[in-house]
Design a protein around this ligand. Structure first.
Ligand SMILES: N[C@@H](CCC[C@H](N)C(=O)O)C(=O)O
Length: 268
């Protein structure tokens, strides 16, 4: 079967075009594709299906022809992926499945509108960031306070005093399963200037990744709260580059590069 490989600030994905939903995408198959030694290697899979043929999101078909069925590297299903939507939009336009400009993409977290700029950047309206309270995480024995932010998927965004560059994120940071019964994506961040933060992330289902779009929005929300702000544009530096997050009163936007790097035939 045909695949494309792409990334958004080095959050990388295997894209699987399957318009009519013929592919049996088991968790084991996804995990095998995402394996960085025995497979193609990726943080997740973007399964491309027609919205109207996907019962989970068929109600979004009037606003979005294509459904981004997102899977984490461990094979688990996720509601949303911010960098994934940006790469998915780039793929749809390159494959001739959508016209450049603005269009909707169906996700388990609702329809997201994407816009491609001539520079190659893709901006996505991510919808409102819902702040649901506070919680904590523990990384190598140190406890950090954070904000629980729902971006369609769950986040705990922690503004910390320690430099994030020095953190060991090779193991799952501890979190409160009563607050996050289906797991959580954990962001750790330092403010480094006017509306500018450095972020690292440990993603549910993938481990530490080099970027996370929904996590960048959650981080901007946490940093803005600390600064006593609720709107504005924030620059989020991640290991794989830089993304821009705009918070307005009713919604949020994520912008940054989205590139396709390879395509080929997958031996199932
Ligand atoms: N990297 C993504 C988020 C992918 C899903 C996440 N791991 C989850 O399980 O919620 C992004 O760019 O937002």
């Amino acid at each position: 079967m045909r695949f494309v490989k792409g990334h958004g600030t080095e959050n990388d994905f295997v894209i699987l075009p399957d318009p009519d939903g013929e592919l049996e995408l088991s968790a084991a198959r996804v995990a095998a594709m995402c394996d960085r030694r025995a497979g193609i290697g990726a943080d997740g899979v973007l399964h491309v299906m027609r919205t109207k043929l996907s019962p989970e999101v068929a109600d979004q078909a009037g606003e979005a022809e294509w459904f981004m069925d997102y899977r984490n590297a461990d094979g688990g299903v996720a509601e949303m992926c911010g960098n994934g939507v940006r790469v998915f939009a780039r793929y749809l336009v390159d494959a001739g499945l959508a016209d450049a400009g603005e269009f909707g993409i169906a996700t388990r977290g609702g329809v997201k509108r994407a816009r491609l700029a001539e520079t190659g950047d893709v901006t996505v309206e991510m919808g409102p960031a819902r702040v649901l309270g506070d919680s904590t995480t523990t990384v190598t024995g140190r406890r950090y306070d954070g904000v629980h932010v729902d971006m369609g998927n769950p986040h705990l965004a922690c503004v910390i005093g320690d430099p994030v560059a020095q953190l060991d994120l090779t193991h799952q940071p501890a979190f409160d399963p009563a607050v996050f019964p289906v797991g959580v994506n954990i962001e750790l961040l330092n403010p480094v200037g006017e509306r500018r933060v450095v972020m690292r992330v440990f993603e549910r289902g993938s481990g530490e990744t080099r970027s996370c779009g929904t996590g960048a929005v959650a981080s901007a929300v946490a940093a803005a709260r600390l600064a006593g702000e609720s709107t504005g544009t924030w620059t989020v530096e991640v290991l794989g580059g830089t993304v821009t997050v705009t918070l307005d009163e009713h919604t949020t936007y994520l912008a940054g590069p989205a590139v396709l790097v390879a395509s080929g035939e997958l031996n199932l």
